[in-house]
Design a protein around this ligand. Structure first.
Ligand code: SF4
Length: 239
């Protein structure tokens, strides 16, 4: 933060309220609380009762203490457009969070529930319906307009996973944070020694076929935005 970098601290919210005093509000610091749905849906999603209420209480306390609070939600095939709208309305208007992010669930091979991942066409249909009554422009979404167009199926992009790389104690993860095909010591090594042509829908790797996650496609949307004056103006207006 001293270097003016934006830090998003991702949390399930369980310990957040008890640790607020260890942090200071700053425009460079955001809590990012994971919430997949309203009470019943979220508690079922994380497999534990009471998590939703604890996280919501933590958000209220953080907002009251003038912290910037954002949320991150993952949606699956058993989430209806109405349920997604209800959650986003609650976060936007009820909790007044500063910005919301979401992603269609990515199909992890080791995930216990393999039934409810969204296939590409299901993702497009879900977001078309979620956005069909114009709420997209009212919600404070932390996504570029072109990424939202992509989720709705209005545009298509190639995946650009090098644009939102994942770095951890293990190194730079290849090719993206959803898949771990090895780690590199430097970002240059990641970019130059990864065979990017293998990844993305329709290429060699079937794990990519249904992926529409922001780590791969938000950078593609941003690149498309910067190439078009009209889209750049649209992004500024929605920001
Ligand atoms: S399509 Fe998805 S899983 Fe495949 S490399 Fe891109 S971001 Fe990763």
């Amino acid at each position: 933060m001293a270097r003016k970098r934006f830090v998003y601290l991702c949390t399930n919210g369980l310990l957040m309220a008890s640790r607020l005093q260890d942090f200071r509000p700053s425009p460079y610091f955001s809590w990012t609380v994971h919430l997949d749905g309203l009470r019943e849906r979220h508690d079922a999603s994380v497999g534990r009762e009471g998590v939703f209420d604890t996280a919501v209480e933590a958000i209220r306390r953080a907002k009251a203490a003038h912290f910037r609070v954002t949320t991150n939600s993952t949606f699956y095939s058993n989430d209806s457009p109405e349920a997604v709208r209800e959650l986003l309305d609650f976060l936007n208007d009820g909790l007044n969070v500063d910005a919301m992010m979401f992603s269609p669930g990515y199909q992890y091979e080791s995930a216990p529930d393999q039934e409810h991942f969204l296939h590409r066409e299901q993702t497009r249909k879900l977001f078309r319906e979620v956005f069909s009554d114009g709420r997209r422009d009212r919600w404070r979404l932390n996504h570029s307009p072109l990424f939202l167009d992509f989720l709705e199926g209005k545009v298509d992009y190639r995946c650009s996973p090098w644009g939102v790389p994942s770095y951890s104690l293990l190194g730079w993860q290849r090719p993206c944070y959803l898949q771990a095909d090895g780690y590199c010591a430097t970002y240059r090594e990641l970019v130059e020694l990864t065979d990017w042509s293998r990844y993305g829908p329709g290429n060699d790797d079937p794990r990519c076929d249904d992926c529409m996650a922001h780590c791969g496609y938000e950078p593609s949307a941003v690149l498309a935005t910067t190439r078009s004056l009209r889209q750049a103006l649209r992004a500024v207006r929605s920001g």
